[in-house]
Ligand binder design. Structure first.
Ligand code: SIN
Length: 431
């Protein structure tokens, strides 16, 4: 990577971008095949697997457009005969550490901006999803990326720490747990390396009494349960105004009980298995622990009855109601299809409950009142806010990332990614 860095930084940006576009074409033309591999490897349903491969292609194309955007800014000078230019330059060798839940989209949204801005990348994907990592690396390689510009390192978690400590690595972009992200941030701070982390979430949906309850219920169930709840942005907390609590929860219960859990390759299935045996055990344990702490189990999907699938890592999407917000299931990330609900007496109380979390990645507010929606913009402590839609999702052209324990450093995606993947030199240019 170090040997390749200088040559790649000097490669015209149009050429760098063209590699991304060709790689996007390769991903699109193999979307069905790679999508099915994604389903087999990670567990999400086939439509989600295919959509994720296409999303990775879209992310590569968006970042290729960087070739047409300014590479810096010019300022007036207070002195006669001088201009001031702020030039954007690559960081050098960037380490990317990526999670298993979006095995191709999240790597794409780190690697594509890194490359187009002239950095080289050493990439350590989660060891659970090596095949999809290989597919992305292969697509970029087949698209003409020179040797050493992207290095794929597959292996256990400790490789991540070793990478970050390596003197040849200049910066880290990380997505994963808050615990590991915080450890890596400490290492980066000690070594004075720029770091960007996207970490956990405990995302709340706030449903106010004037909301369209059918719409809210559908969005909340989708946000909480799709991908088996294994999204940083999944809805895991529900705050509902007391006047509509029963109406809303009845609707949510019915939708959850109708969800079909099973093999993600089966077209009838909405919810695939958890990604691993340990994920399955953690989710099941968290639900039992919540009940021991006083939660009431209101609704649960059935386990699959398909012959041959009995040993799969299936979990039952469920809805819990809580007497208060002290339970671990309210505070700690479960990373599974588990929705914990509390009621609020009014709007202010609802936002206070939603903010009662160490995390601040994503949130939803369901209301037909513009003032309430604007209130949420001002007072809901999240990096991504959805009004009348589910907490999940991230478009490639807008910033993505959280506040509090959910994220640190410049945001990802959109033009925001330039903040992290470049450094600036301020040039005082006198004639
Ligand atoms: C994530 O939640 O892990 C990624 C963002 C998304 O697509 O929802």
């Amino acid at each position: 990577a170090a040997e390749a860095a200088g040559g790649w930084a000097r490669t015209p940006v149009k050429e760098r971008a063209a590699v991304l576009v060709r790689a996007a074409d390769i991903l699109d033309s193999h979307a069905d095949e790679f999508g099915a591999e994604l389903t087999r490897e990670e567990g999400k349903t086939l439509p989600e697997g295919i959509a994720e491969v296409r999303r990775a292609a879209e992310i590569l194309r968006f970042n290729a457009e960087e070739a047409h955007r300014p590479a810096g800014e010019m300022f007036h000078s207070p002195r006669r005969g001088e201009r001031i230019i702020v030039a954007r330059k690559p960081l050098g060798v960037v380490a990317a550490i990526t999670p298993w839940n979006f095995p191709i989209a999240i790597p794409a949204w780190k690697i594509a901006p890194a490359l187009v801005h002239g950095n080289v990348v050493v990439w350590k994907p989660a060891s659970l999803v090596p095949l999809l990592a290989f597919r992305l690396a292969q697509a970029l390689n087949d698209a003409g990326l020179p040797p050493g510009v992207l290095t794929l390192v597959i292996g256990p978690g400790r490789i991540g720490q070793a990478l970050v400590e390596h003197p040849g690595v200049h910066a880290l972009t990380f997505t994963g747990s808050t615990e590991i992200g915080t450890e890596l941030m400490k290492t980066c701070a000690a070594l004075r390396k720029p770091v960007q982390t996207e970490m956990g979430g405990k995302n709340a949906a706030v449903v106010l009494a004037d909301a369209d309850l059918d719409r809210a219920a559908r969005a909340i169930v989708s946000g909480a349960m799709v991908s088996t709840g294994q999204k940083c942005t999944a809805t895991s907390r529900l705050v509902v105004e007391r006047d509509v609590e029963d109406d809303l929860l009845d609707r949510i219960d019915a939708l959850v009980e109708a969800l079909q859990v099973g093999d993600g390759l089966d077209p009838a299935v909405a919810i695939g298995p958890a990604a691993s045996g340990s994920a399955q055990r953690d989710i099941t344990r968290a639900v039992k622990h919540a009940q021991a702490e006083g939660a009431t189990l209101r609704a649960q999907s059935a386990l699959p009855r398909i012959g041959g699938s009995e040993d799969g890592y299936f979990v039952r999407p469920c809805v819990l109601t809580l007497p208060d917000t002290r339970a671990a299931v309210w505070r700690e990330e479960v990373f599974g299809p588990v929705l914990a609900s509390v009621s609020a007496v009014d709007r202010d109380h609802a936002f206070a409950l939603a903010n009662d979390s160490d995390f601040g990645l994503s949130g939803s507010v369901f209301t037909s009142n513009l003032g309430a929606a604007l209130d949420a913009v001002s007072h809901f402590d999240v990096g991504v806010l959805h009004v009348n839609s589910e907490t999940t999702g991230a478009d490639p052209h807008v910033p993505f990332g959280g506040v509090k324990a959910s994220g640190y450093g410049p945001k990802e995606q959109g033009r925001a990614s330039r903040e992290f993947f470049t450094t600036t030199t301020t040039v005082y240019l006198a004639d």
